[in-house]
Design a protein. Structure first.
Length: 254
């Protein structure tokens, strides 16, 4: 049976020690636990909060901001944080950051002080590795870490979760070669383990004032690993993505 426990923690406004704050919850952690952390919580611990009043927009940012009716300082941050910018619509730019399709490179204005925005952690995989190693060295406990963010799914209403970093678990389970209920061999199926755990955590965390930046998941049958992970382990280049390829130079069938 899978067990999920939301862990409430006090709101932080300055850089703080992530491990010490988690341990202060007095939660009893065990070998094999999965900890799903809000990306905002990790970012806040690392100081990835920017005051837009300190941002000087470039000519490119000013030009884009006029086209999409956006704050030029925000556009400048999106440019800096994005790997690819495809275009946009009023208020948003459609971007990719570390293999994740997201509006405004995942930059958010919620749950931060006025005039500020919060970005993804600088390197969420290093953040996850460091936290996992602290549990191992200081408590002797082997846990898996998933750093999650909310995302919009194309054509769907509402947000789910996506893993922007993880450590200690295999993020994808290859099910190719296995047989389904009718004996058919699966040729393409890969199970998005990290993203599924992120979605479970995001659902429990909520999206507003719940103050639940951490969810403990226990009883999973995920595969644990000590290997170094990166976003390439559970994302593909957008140029090979089935949706992007299918919609390029195509008109909807009427």
């Amino acid at each position: 049976m899978i067990f999920l426990q939301p862990i409430k923690l006090k709101t932080k406004k300055k850089i703080f020690n992530l491990f010490d704050t988690i341990i202060s919850s007095k939660c009893e952690f065990k070998d094999g636990d999965i900890l799903v952390l809000s990306s905002k919580f990790v970012s806040m611990s690392e100081g990835s909060v920017l005051d837009l009043r300190n941002i000087r927009p470039s000519y490119k940012a000013k030009k884009i901001s006029k086209k999409y009716q956006m704050d030029p300082m925000l556009v400048e941050v999106v440019i800096r944080e994005s790997d690819v910018i495809f275009g946009g619509l009023p208020g948003f730019l459609l971007t990719i950051r570390n293999g994740i399709l997201a509006p405004n490179a995942g930059i958010d204005k919620s749950n931060v002080p006025s005039n500020c925005v919060i970005c993804f952690p600088l390197d969420p995989f290093i953040s996850a590795d460091n936290l996992r190693m602290e549990f191992l060295v200081r408590l002797g406990i082997k846990v898996g870490i998933v750093i999650s963010d909310s995302r919009l799914m194309p054509t769907r209403i509402g947000t789910t979760g996506v893993a922007i970093g993880c450590s200690g678990i295999e993020p994808v389970e290859d099910q190719r070669g296995m047989k389904d209920l009718f004996g058919h061999v699966m040729k393409y199926t890969l199970k998005a383990t990290a993203d599924s755990l992120a979605t479970m955590g995001t659902f429990v965390m909520g999206e507003s004032n719940e103050s639940v930046p951490l969810v403990l998941i226990r009883g999973t049958n995920v595969s644990f690993t000590d290997r170094k992970l990166s976003w390439q382990d559970f994302a593909i280049n957008y140029q090979t993505d089935i949706y992007f390829r299918g919609m390029q130079n195509s008109d909807p069938f009427i």
